[in-house]
Design a protein around this ligand. Sequence first.
Ligand SMILES: C[S@@+](CC[C@H](N)C(=O)[O-])C[C@H]1O[C@@H](n2cnc3c(N)ncnc32)[C@H](O)[C@@H]1O
Length: 207
Amino acid sequence: MGLLGKFFSNAGKPAGIMGRVMILGMNVFHARVANWGMSRINIAEPSEIAELGCGGGKNIRDLLVKYPSSHVVGLDYSPLSLQKARDRNRDMIASGRCEVVGGDVSAMPFDDGRFDLATAFETIYFWPGLARCFAEVRRILREGGHFVIVSESDGKDKPSLWFKSIIEAMNTYTPEEIESALKEAGFREIHTEHHESHSWVVIIAEK
Ligand SMILES: C[S@@+](CC[C@H](N)C(=O)[O-])C[C@H]1O[C@@H](n2cnc3c(N)ncnc32)[C@H](O)[C@@H]1O
């Protein structure tokens, strides 16, 4: 793998100095798609939220602001992402509104039916098998709970296909492939929205 591939592989599991740079970049460069995705979430007052693949923790913070009565748990399997997410949300952790825990989305350390809402921003590209991970997300949601996926890739856009060509552990998916994996995992009421001028997508599914 070349230097570029090594650097961008940190998007999948940030580590070391390159990972620190990557997390800074993710918080900045994902902000536009994340803000758009966040604005499309119209779920009424979820009280327990899981932010999966939370990276540097920007979206944890934004969910805490969007839903002032909520408790948000960020999950990531990169120790560096966990550290950065905790740093960014230190005050909310201290006040008891937030936790940041280590774990893999394919086997999460959460009880069945704990969450009203689970979110996944810019992360499913790296998950080890969509159907398997989506089934695990469904397990941690209560009946009627929602899963929201926000991605800047629609599986056909040139930048993501280029990233996929240099990052070994990355996959890209079309909305149809994501919807099909959600159905396979047992989700219903699946709604997909495309951004009017970008390749960005938001997919919302119900348990
Ligand atoms: C591209 S970053 C996105 C971070 C953040 N969600 C954002 O939008 O800026 C992907 C994150 O997902 C995490 N991740 C990838 N696969 C994961 C898995 N199987 N379990 C837990 N975290 C995972 C990575 O460690 C990384 O922090």
